[in-house]
Design a protein around this ligand. Structure first.
Ligand SMILES: *Cc1c(COP(=O)(O)O)cnc(C)c1O
Length: 829
């Protein structure tokens, strides 16, 4: 029989809790603490059947997660009942990615039971931080796009919108990155192996999804889809609790299951074993997340994932609409007239854009609507968010046997079906479906994700469509949730802010403006500094434990964390590091401002150049970190396995945020916003949301450098010659020569030849050389200003004060008002 966790001496309340009157996480109510303790102990016993002697940290994590889940379910049920009873317009967010990270702390904070839980665990003699660290990240995303979906779910629930997130429950999320001998190695992310306490399987709502087959005209004149293969979609629901509200929305992720009669032919032929083995084939659909960021790889399995998600989701949406509407007196007949008034579907990039033809198929083939009627319903229902202008990222599916009859140039450009350039007769069926074009014609609203990005799509890739239907195009600048990215990840700064300006900011981030008046207040500057310093110390300790690198916490923590991609220009950062190194070597007794450069991020497994850039950074780190002349004045750390939970550690500890993409390439960026909210200063180009950040805080409070979009375009047009910059700048030439001649790769001197060639011989597509001088000059200014602590802290405070625009609450309010026409629903317990 299991026994109660040992209650030796009950430790006293921690003194800090009593004195933290103003903590946004709340003051613990003792009766709640007792209740949490009791529930927790019950879960340790009943769910895990363990006692203190054998329970592991993960067991305690699971017991606490179940305790927290108990608090969420009553609100969750009430919310769903309320939606059922009032039948409001519902928002459906469709995304192939949800980069959720960990849920425990976030759920506790949103429910307002964080301090109580902390106190309860403390009284039981358990370390809640260790338990939190035991949770696996839900890494069902690659980077910004997937994390945006996660922030949006938090904001939609917080704003009481009747919303659902639909996606795929990948068995393996984004791969685990290991660095071995300086190279990235990918390992499978089996995040479900110890169980997922946040999800509930709903086998009763399982739905069939059809693949392959053909269309046949039935005797009733209707088209029938026959000869298909069926895969079942099993939904798993996770609660999405809003902050300081009763609303708990649902994220529904589909898992592929084989139907009972999967490949009956084998059973019939007596090959029982093969039949059972082949059942697994169907389940491969939801096996693994494709690890590409901003890159389209036209694989059949990926297309199947997209259709699988879309088909199951639309069946669910149509079922819910029919259940609510067909029984009501609002409609005199069973029609879809009210569909767009009850349903808004947002497409997170083109990945779920098959929803458009699929809803057409449902309405026309299954529900008997006319094509024209169905099309009107579709366009009134869908909204499409574009996330990139990089041509290699645009989804263009090959091999679809359809042809577009137009011959006019413009029509060809706007066509959903691109004709093959090669017009040989036997190629006539080889054509390409452009999913962006499909998404545009099938939606009533198309949005970019930062003002500059929206202008670019209107003027370049979607120009023809913009001229045709300008009213469809709008901007929705991205945002981040201040719950995860401040309250959860930087509680000390959150408390400090609340101490000064009250707690309204957590629900309306514009209130941070009130900090502006204190930018020169020495007490606040000191307090901001102390918080940053302790966050830096905490990160330094982690680095010391993991990499045995000693870090100078008084150095500039200069962080460049995001997916590794040529357009994000980690290589430009590397050129700067080498330049700093060379300067120290040339003047060993010189006066240098100490700096620690952190670079982290995953490269797509098939992206050769990105992987070489990782190897180069690790090679530079090896040389720099082990050079006694350099000492603690320069250190380079490659942060292994950058992910949401690591971002939560790194961002609060950062002094300088690197947002240095070539102007015109980063649609918005959201990393930039997280750093700004946490009091880092930004070095960046006039790209994506950096433009709006500089507008909010004033360009004098950021470190803006480099070519702007117009200048990039003009230079490209005039004929860009990187070699001109190479020969004109001694430090640049020195750094590039060192990379090329093996200075950082003594055992293989040619190792980085391709990296240098990409710049000097293959055109330097992202214009690193053109921006190098400006970048280095600006970095020099960063160093000078960092030494002036008053000036630096003033700018930190002003950045936090001006970051209010970049709350995803603001973004979601704009989507709700301008695209979804959705209203909040008040949930009463
Ligand atoms: C926010 C975030 C991103 C996106 O960062 P960008 O700098 O906007 O590319 C990527 N990965 C993780 C883990 C994040 O939290």
């Amino acid at each position: 029989m299991a026994t109660t966790p040992t209650k030796t001496e009950a430790p006293p309340l921690r003194p800090t809790l009593g004195s933290k009157q103003i903590s946004l996480r709340g003051i613990p109510k003792l009766e709640n603490v007792d209740e949490i303790k009791a529930t927790f102990i019950r879960h340790v016993h009943a769910d895990l059947a363990k006692d203190r002697n054998v329970a592991t940290t993960n067991d305690y994590y699971l017991a606490l997660a179940h305790t927290v889940r108990d608090h969420v379910v009553s609100k969750w049920i009430r919310t769903q009942q309320t939606y059922y009873n009032t039948d409001p317009k519902r928002v459906y967010y469709l995304s192939l990615e949800y980069y959720m990270g960990r849920s425990l702390c976030n759920t506790m904070v949103n429910l307002g039971i964080a301090t109580e839980s902390e106190e309860a665990m403390y009284q039981l003699g358990l370390n809640i931080e260790e338990m939190e660290e035991s949770e696996e990240d839900a890494g069902l995303g690659n980077g910004g796009l997937g994390r945006l979906a996660a922030c949006f779910l938090d904001s939609m629930a917080t704003l009481n919108l009747p919303a659902y997130g639909y996606g795929i429950r990948y068995e393996y999320g984004i791969f685990k990155q290991q660095i071995r001998d300086g190279y990235q190695v990918e390992l499978p992310d089996s995040w479900l192996k110890r169980g997922n306490p946040w999800e509930i399987a709903r086998p009763e709502y399982m739905l069939p999804v059809q693949f392959y087959g053909r269309s046949e005209l039935g005797p009733d004149g209707k088209h029938k889809w026959v000869g298909t293969q069926t895969v079942m979609a099993l939904p798993y629901d996770s609660p999405i609790p809003g902050y300081k509200t009763n609303t708990v929305n649902t994220m529904r992720l589909w898992s592929a299951r084989s139907p009972n009669d999967f490949d009956l032919s084998y059973f019939n032929h007596g090959d029982y074993i093969k039949a059972v083995i082949d059942r697994n084939l169907a389940e491969n659909i939801s096996r693994v997340l494709y690890p590409n960021d901003n890159f389209f790889e036209g694989k059949e399995l990926r297309l199947k994932q997209e259709y699988f998600m879309v088909s199951a989701t639309l069946q669910d949406i149509v079922r819910r609409y029919k259940a609510a509407t067909f029984g009501s007196r609002e409609l005199s007949r069973k029609s879809f007239d009210l569909f767009p008034e009850k349903v808004a579907i947002q497409l997170n990039d083109t990945h779920p854009s098959l929803a458009i033809p699929e809803l057409m198929r449902i309405l026309v083939d299954l529900e008997g609507c006319t094509w024209e009627y169905a099309w009107k319903i579709c366009t009134a229902t869908f909204g499409y968010t574009n996330h990139t202008v990089l041509p290699e990222a645009l989804e263009r599916w090959h091999g679809v046997a359809l042809r577009f009859p137009g011959d006019h140039d413009r029509l060809r450009r706007m066509s959903l079906i691109e004709e093959d350039g090669d017009k040989r007769v036997n190629m006539a069926n080889l054509s390409i479906v452009n999913m962006a074009n499909l998404s545009i014609v099938g939606s009533h609203a198309i949005n970019g994700v930062a003002r500059i990005h929206t202008e670019i799509i209107k003027n370049s890739i979607f120009r023809d469509f913009f001229e045709f239907t300008p009213e469809k195009f709008q901007n929705k600048t991205n945002g981040i949730t201040p719950r995860r990215w401040l309250l959860v990840s930087n509680a000390a700064l959150a408390d400090l802010i609340t101490e000064r300006i009250g707690e309204k900011w957590s629900l309306d981030l514009r209130h941070l403006h009130k900090l502006e008046q204190y930018a020169d207040d020495p007490d606040l500057q000191r307090a901001f500094f102390d918080v940053k310093q302790s966050n830096k110390q905490r990160l330094a300790t982690l680095i010391k434990e993991q990499y045995k690198i000693e870090i100078n916490v008084d150095s500039i923590f200069d962080c460049h964390v995001k997916r590794i991609h040529e357009y994000k220009r980690q290589l430009l950062n590397a050129l700067h590091i080498i330049t700093l190194y060379n300067r120290i070597k040339e003047n060993p007794s010189g006066d240098f401002v100490p700096r620690t450069v952190f670079i982290g991020g995953k490269a797509a497994p098939g992206y050769y150049m990105a992987k070489m850039i990782i190897k180069l950074i690790c090679s530079i780190a090896e040389v720099v970190n082990n050079d006694p002349i350099v000492g603690n004045r320069l250190k380079v750390v490659f942060l292994e396995n950058y992910r949401v939970s690591l971002a939560e550690r790194v961002i609060p500890a950062t002094d300088l945020s690197e947002q240095i993409s070539t102007a015109g390439t980063e649609a918005s960026g959201t990393g930039n916003m997280k750093f700004m909210l946490n009091g880092a200063l930004t070095i960046g180009t006039m790209d994506g949301a950096n433009v709006e950040m500089s507008e909010e805080v004033g360009a004098e409070n950021m470190f803006i450098f480099g070519l702007n979009v117009d200048e990039v375009e003009a230079l490209a047009k005039a004929g860009y010659d990187p070699n001109k910059y190479y020969h004109a700048n001694r430090e640049l030439k020195h750094a590039l020569d060192q990379i090329g001649n093996g200075y950082f790769s003594a055992t293989n001197r040619d190792l980085f030849v391709h990296v240098v060639d990409s710049l000097l011989k293959h055109g330097d597509r992202y214009m690193l050389l053109a921006d190098y001088a400006s970048y280095v000059e600006t970095q020099d200014r960063v160093a000078v200003e960092f030494r002036n602590r008053k000036l630096w802290m003033r700018k930190c405070i002003l950045n936090v004060a001006a970051s209010g625009k970049f709350s995803s609450d603001r973004t979601i309010q704009e989507y709700a008002a301008d695209i979804w026409k959705a209203e909040p629903v008040n949930v009463v317990l």
